[in-house]
Design a protein around this ligand. Sequence first.
Ligand code: NPW
Ligand code: ADP
Ligand code: K
Length: 505
Amino acid sequence: MNIVTAKEMYVWDRQAMEEAGIDGKILMENAGRAVAQNVEKLVDKRQRILVLIGAGNNGGDGFVIARTLLNKGYTVRAVQVVPDEKIKGDALAHKHMFLASNYQLEHLEKLLDLFQSIDHSDVVIDSMLGIGVEGRLRSPIDQVVEYLNQSKCLKIAVDIPSGVPADEGVTDFSGLKVDHTFTIAAPKISMFIEKTAPYFGEWEVVEIGLPTAKLKKAKRKLWEKRDVAATFPRRNAYAHKGVHGKALFVGGSFSMPGSIAMAARAGLRSGAGLATVATVESAWPSVAAHIPEATYTRVEEEAGSMVGVIDSGIEGYDAIAIGMGMGRKEGAEAMLRNVLEKSTCPVLIDADGLYHAKQLLDEVSVRNAPVILTPHPGEMAHLLGIKVPELLARPFEWSQRLASERGVYVVLKGPATIITTPEGTQYVETSGNAGLAKGGSGDVLSGILLAMIMQTSSVADALCNGCFLHGKTAERLTEDSHSQVDLLATDVVEGLSQTLRTFSG
Ligand SMILES: NC(=O)C1=CN([C@@H]2O[C@H](COP(=O)(O)OP(=O)(O)OC[C@H]3O[C@@H](n4cnc5c(N)ncnc54)[C@H](OP(=O)(O)O)[C@@H]3O)[C@@H](O)[C@H]2O)[C@@H](O)CC1
Ligand SMILES: Nc1ncnc2c1ncn2[C@@H]1O[C@H](COP(=O)(O)OP(=O)(O)O)[C@@H](O)[C@H]1O
Ligand SMILES: [K+]
């Protein structure tokens, strides 16, 4: 499913009308009816519904919703919150249909009267402003939104809650916080941005009859279950351990042995055929205790942290993950440089490896085999030399910039993880929950991703499926046997088995 900007949505709208001959009034009728159908699932006929109608086409949808629900016997009051002369075009046509159906339209005259109407309603449908919002809310909508935000009624937004921008990068706004959003035709970018996401409540896409096959595809896509079903690696009955890949995990130190152990164990649990751990000798006993299935190779150390070359070299591996718990000694940077320059397989860089990668971005750029960077927002901001809030305001744009300038895959982790390819295609993966906001979750993800890369021909599919496997395992565990409070990264590693049983052959 495509994720769109407001501009891309308007292009689709034009394509539907100009290239497919679908009248705007039909699209509006479809949109309104689709939203009304969803409202019926949430609301019963005894509840009092208030539909608030604004100036643009979003308001037009509101006339259709109010008419449809009234036709079906719901208790609905429709209030136009802008002057009559503001209602134009398709919205005006639907206003005429509403009035010609013998339904009453109220007008906002005194704010206090509207506030009273809100108090006497169980449900408010927000059809005041959609993707056409510009700047901060103006009067009187700003006051209506402020009042609604402290009201206890059930709030449902049409397309997007009033005042909330559809795109990334807008941080100065005031918006309505709703319980449900029924968004038209495709999710909007702002649904995946930390600052705007909470305004939408639970959201769902409604289909409005756009000519899907004809529409210009967006470069952003939501990774869904059906994508997983189509691309998740299947195990061949005649396979032997070498077929599924030989992974090298480089990291760990005397005081931080856990991260590399978890990454390697997660890699094996996710289907890697063989795993070698390259770590400092002083960490071997603790790492090996957690993962006897791996083989070990020594890395030169100084006071328990890695500084030198990997004893047995870096030849013969199908993929390398480097950085987890490796420490920030200068010698570690040289080791990463060596891996980037000498190996010919995909290299995934995480954690401390990303700290060192900042100095090695030119080496990263010239590499022929894929490089995958898996930063959380702090690590990504450091790599880009910007502040975290700046990154979080435009995570899609920054990810795209880093991926295309350096020719790398970027996995920007968070509640909505953004995966960007060197060509600039972006995928959003939203599984998981706050149970993953714990030390070690990222290490586990690195192991899963590396295993997926070795078993899939498309790196992008591998990364999306790996994030899905990680997040779904956390979701399943916090539904079955754990809470989001107690869940540990090691629980996720052991939980992978059950998740994999449900969707891999
Ligand atoms: N895409 C599709 O296929 C389909 C899309 N559809 C629907 O159309 C919606 C987009 O419609 P749109 O373009 O008319 O914009 P929309 O948000 O209704 O309002 C813009 C008006 O709001 C006002 N205004 C702006 N900023 C403001 C502010 N800060 N504070 C206060 N007021 C402000 C401004 O009025 P002004 O007062 O400036 O004259 C302007 O005229 C979309 O979200 C979806 O619901 C469906 O009908 C089916 C097909
Ligand atoms: N609130 C959340 N909802 C969903 N996923 C989350 C949440 N918090 C963290 N995660 C996931 O957990 C992982 C944390 O990675 P990272 O920050 O690198 O952890 P660490 O460095 O502690 O190992 C990422 O995959 C991220 O997407
Ligand atoms: K709205």
